[in-house]
Design a protein around this ligand. Structure first.
Ligand code: ZN
Ligand code: ZN
Length: 215
């Protein structure tokens, strides 16, 4: 193991494996202990030094292998984002005649779909979403009179008043300087339950590229 990670529960995994495991559920695969949603695995550098001392040749071989594959965690920065929607009820909503439904409905839900940053590993360039994201495109139900809305500055969110839920496509584009060319495409089904619903996802960036960014 070249890049060991000691979890809060003290179980040890290789960081590539644990990153995969906790992508959707921040929990130890061994003892099932739940970690905070913003937990990001870090390389245990003390343990790493010990392994390197004990097995110098094997360490170098494996290190080179991971490097060739672009998997060496030490060269990467993980950033955790959250997306979803907030929701509030409007006290005295307007009544509307919906052509779409053919009946009278109450326009009583105010909601905000958002993409926010949770945490960046190593905190190299801070925790503002705009340092990573150039724009976010939110899809809309045709009854809103437009099929999408593009947000090019923080906060990356869209607020509307409506009467029904629908699937909101979310397209996240990253700043050129981050070296991330491919966009992330997600989909969020609006939730009008209580305060809404939030999910998480992690994006990997090249550490060197981020360090070169002038911000
Ligand atoms: Zn592994
Ligand atoms: Zn554990």
């Amino acid at each position: 193991m070249v890049e060991p990670c000691t979890l809060p529960c003290k179980h040890i995994f290789c960081i590539q494996c644990i990153n995969q495991q906790i992508m959707n559920k921040t929990q130890c695969p061994m003892c099932r202990q739940d970690f905070q949603q913003n937990y990001l695995p870090q390389i245990d550098t003390d343990l790493q030094s010990k392994i390197k001392l004990k097995y110098p040749q094997k360490f170098e071989e494996r290190n080179e292998e991971l490097k060739q594959q672009g998997l060496l965690e030490g060269n990467l920065v993980k950033v955790k984002f959250m997306y979803g929607n907030d929701h509030k009820l409007i006290p005295n909503p307007k009544k509307l005649n919906s052509q779409h439904l053919g009946e009278e409905i109450e326009n009583k839900h105010t909601w905000t779909v958002f993409v926010r940053i949770v945490k960046s590993q190593g905190q190299i360039i801070g925790n503002e979403a705009k340092k990573f994201i150039s724009k976010v495109k939110f899809g809309l139900h045709p009854t809103f009179g437009a099929t999408e809305q593009t947000v090019q500055q923080e906060p990356f969110q869209m607020t509307k008043i409506g009467w029904g839920t629908f699937e909101v496509p979310i397209e996240i584009h990253f700043r050129r300087e981050t070296g991330k060319r491919d966009k992330v495409t997600l989909s969020h089904y609006l939730s009008f339950n209580g305060h809404g619903e939030t999910k998480w996802f992690t994006v990997t960036f090249d550490k060197e590229k981020l360090e070169q960014m002038s911000i």
